[in-house]
Design a protein around this ligand. Structure first.
Ligand SMILES: CC(C)(COP(=O)(O)OP(=O)(O)OC[C@H]1O[C@@H](n2cnc3c(N)ncnc32)[C@H](O)[C@@H]1OP(=O)(O)O)[C@@H](O)C(=O)NCCC(=O)NCCS
Length: 165
C-alpha cells in the first residue's frame, strides 16, 4: 500500500522553506516562519514532524504534550497529496507518539467551516466538546474544540511507526 512510503521526521530549521510553502497553500492566514522557528527551537512541550512521501516533504504536524494531554496545533498536507490517507496516518502516528510521551488523550481546535478536517477527526474518534466563539482572529470564525479521550493501548513493537531522527 502507498502509505508505507510515508515517513515522519522531526522538523528542523532546514525544513522551513518547504513547510512555509505548504503552509501558504493550506491556510488563508498562514503561520509566520518565526512561529515555526519558535515552536521547534524554544518550546519544550512542542513536537513537530515533517511528513515525507517517497522522500519528498508533503506535509507536517505539530503537537504540544503537557502531561496526560496532547494538543494538535497544526496539520497540513500539500494539496497535490490529499485524500490518500496521509493525514489519517499522521494523526494515528501522533496517537502513538503522544502515548509514548505519557499522554492518554488528545485535543484540537478546528474552524466550524472546515468540513473535511472535521470529518477526518470524527472518523478517528474525536468528539465535539465545545465552541470557542470567534477564536480565529482573522475572520472571527468559531472553533470547535474536539477531544479524543482514549488513545488506546500502545501498539505492538512490530506495528509501530518508523521515525527518522
Ligand atoms: C485536513 C487535511 C490535513 C486532510 O489531509 P488528507 O491527507 O487529505 O486527509 P486524508 O486523506 O487522511 O483523509 C482521511 C479522511 O478524512 C476525510 N476528509 C479529509 N479531507 C476531506 C475533504 N476535503 N472533504 C471531505 N472529507 C475529507 C475523508 O473521510 C477522508 O477519507 P476518504 O478520502 O477515504 O473519503 C488537508 O486537507 C489539509 O492540509 N487542509 C488544509 C489545512 C487544514 O485545514 N488543516 C486542519 C486544520 S484543523
Amino acid at each position: 500500500m502507498e502509505i508505507l512510503d510515508v515517513v515522519l521526521e522531526r522538523m528542523q530549521l532546514k525544513h522551513l522553506d518547504r513547510v512555509m510553502e505548504i503552509e501558504a497553500l493550506a491556510y488563508q492566514t498562514p503561520w509566520s516562519r518565526r512561529a515555526f522557528q519558535s515552536e521547534i527551537t524554544e518550546n519544550s512541550y512542542a513536537h513537530y514532524f515533517v511528513v515525507r512521501f517517497k522522500g519528498e516533504i508533503v506535509g507536517y504536524v505539530g503537537m504540544w504534550v503537557i502531561l496526560e494531554e496532547a494538543h494538535i496545533t497544526n496539520i497540513a498536507i500539500h494539496p497535490d497529496y490529499r485524500r490518500r490517507g496521509i493525514a489519517r496516518f499522521v494523526l494515528e502516528s501522533m496517537f502513538e507518539k503522544a502515548k509514548e510521551l505519557g499522554s492518554t488523550k488528545m485535543t484540537l481546535e478546528v474552524r466550524v467551516s472546515n468540513e473535511g478536517a472535521i470529518r477526518l477527526y470524527r472518523s478517528l474518534g474525536f468528539v465535539d466538546r465545545g465552541i470557542r466563539k470567534g477564536y480565529y482572529t482573522d475572520t472571527h470564525e468559531d472553533a470547535i474544540i474536539m477531544w479524543k479521550d482514549d488513545l488506546g493501548p500502545m501498539k505492538p513493537r512490530d506495528q509501530q511507526v518508523k521515525w527518522m531522527v
